[in-house]
Design a protein around this ligand. Sequence first.
Ligand code: MG
Length: 309
Amino acid sequence: MRYPQRAPQAGLPEYVTVYEVGPRDGLQNESALVPTAAKVEFVRRLIAAGLTTIEATSFVHPGWVPQLADAGELLEALDLTGPVALPVLVPNERGLDRALEAGVGTIAIFGSATDTFARKNLNRSFDEQFAMFEPTVKRARAHGLEVRAYVSMCFGDPWEGDVPVAQVVQAGRRLLDLGASQLSIGDSIGVGTPGHVKELLAAFVDAGTALDALAVHFHDTYGQALANAYAALEAGVRTFDASAGGLGGCPYAPGATGNLATEDLVWMLHGLGIDTGVDLDSLIETSVWMAQVLGRPAPSGVVRALAPR
Ligand code: MG
């Protein structure tokens, strides 16, 4: 069976946007260097599979993420003026300089809902991170760039444990108020559950946030990613982060599975009668090919079920 039987549900949309993170969030956790040519082919295959937004790479310091040290070279090989959006993660103003030089149309910044992770990942306190991002976002907006803000550790933090909903909303609101047009709410360690998702989204709405400014970024570490995505869909979210094949581990939960697989998300959405523009067969072929490049099978259940043997 290559396609889910369609069973549309009242109240759900006809279309949702899949925000593909495989080339950046997926590959950044791979220790073996993937050749730039393979990354170029990966992005081109994802475009051909119908994905409309693909986070291509990151301008973090190459010392931190050697896997993405070829960001400039990769972007030169891609068409940044085409209809497919190719956002790039940018940690600071130096990264923004490189993004502007490359002709990037959307940047993403990466904030934290907790103080401990802000200190570990950004070397800033919870409050200091917003001041750190401010000049980058301001200057990006002045150049006409769109800004997406990630907020991480929204459903639990490996050092702090529970993360108060009000604290997540405060972090997200402050990132949006800097000038970000989209906020991606991240469950970095995959511990969230559907009721928690609905509670957090309701708190964002109560704080005056438009649902179309929100995206969700789930990890399948505890097997909750798809249930959480469905909860977010029911709550009115229309942009979902996912990684082709389920590519990408979680560096804070060793041995754990990582990103929600794009194929698994698309299978569910198509079963609900929701269009994504994605050609599932062609996406699966891409993930099978990337698994060969990486030398191990894709974690996605749908890829495992449907990959040619
Ligand atoms: Mg992720």
